[in-house]
Design a protein around this ligand. Sequence first.
Ligand SMILES: NC(=O)c1ccc[n+]([C@@H]2O[C@H](COP(=O)([O-])OP(=O)(O)OC[C@H]3O[C@@H](n4cnc5c(N)ncnc54)[C@H](O)[C@@H]3O)[C@@H](O)[C@H]2O)c1
Length: 387
Amino acid sequence: MFNEELLQGKSLRWGMVGGGRGSEVGYLHRGSALRDNAFTLVAGAFDIDPQRCISFGENLGIARDRLYSNYQEMFAEEAKRPDGIEVVSIATPNSTHFEIAKAALEANLHVICEKPLCFTVEQAQELIDLTEKKNRVFGVTYGYTGAQMLHQARKMVENGDLGEIRVINMQFAHGFHSSEVETSSAGAKWRVTPEIAGQTYVLADIGTHAFFLSEVIAPQLKVKELLCTRQSFIKSRAPLEDNAVVLLQYENGAIGNLWASAVNAGSMHQHKIRVIGSKASIEWWDEHPNQLKYEIQGEPARVLDRGMGYLYQDETINCDRAGGGHAEGLFDSWANLYHRFAVAIHAKNNNQEVKINYPSVYDGAEGVKFLAKCVESANSGSTWVNY
Ligand SMILES: NC(=O)c1ccc[n+]([C@@H]2O[C@H](COP(=O)([O-])OP(=O)(O)OC[C@H]3O[C@@H](n4cnc5c(N)ncnc54)[C@H](O)[C@@H]3O)[C@@H](O)[C@H]2O)c1
């Protein structure tokens, strides 16, 4: 079971940029980081509107003098305090991630950043270089991947339970933007505005989540080339796509396909991955994260359940917050990630080797590369491009 005792006897002093009142992802960060006392929220530049930041932050119980008009002010003022923040989470729209993350690293902070990490592979490399130079922990909130059954899936692939991997089928295809909702939703509006969202909409917004699931489950598979086709079914969204299909050719001969969509009418999430091997297949769906389908050719299909003794004894078991049979969900998955970020930060602060596995700046950079390659392929007439 999960151990919620304080790590190294202390809670990390934590600040947030973005994630203010009414934001989509802000409460997910706080609801999971604050769960295990591994982080204490002491400062924030929560909002693009300074007044809203103050009223929101005060209502969270944060001291008035630690609520800031912008991230520059927060990093500068917090650095002067003996009790200043040690780590910051960035939960702002995509276009701001690079500049804020870079400034945070330059202020010697550990960083936890939203996906997509940034816009270009060059920016991603700059963040990697700075993270290494400053010897900091840089986590990326691929929030679904704290789910224990994904780590069971990884062990099954690693141990050859599926045989040789042949096909990876990935999708994240919801229907929430089947009509032009951006005319009345600010959160949808920036997602279809290239200056703020970047060169893609659904691929960056949700496709990267599905792609990262495959990297968690089958890290040994390396993409050799890919082909992408993308569409703007709501015409006003062009050049950004609201639907995309990607084919991936892996170096070992396996093939992958990824479908990202915001126009899958009637669908909630349909965020799924199916990994097909020569002997068996596994399948995980984020709407039922406690279960993993395990289908061996020629045998009755099985469903593996979280919390059971027959699972591999890995992170799968160590971070169970409730026994088998009780449903865990998205907040538990995020809390597992935040706890791993904290373990890594303590190790780094104490000059110890970071042994725990967490989505890092390298994974964020891989996501950025994936997006760049998809755009390159789609914009050159959906041809195969070397990865
Ligand atoms: N990991 C996930 O599962 C997940 C889920 C949703 C969103 N996201 C990502 O989180 C980020 C935010 O998305 P959202 O849906 O919460 O957006 P949102 O539009 O709902 O909220 C953005 C928040 O950031 C604030 N903000 C904007 N610019 C700022 C700045 N320069 N300084 C300080 N605050 C600023 C806004 O005032 C608002 O509070 C995006 O990059 C998105 O891709 C990730």
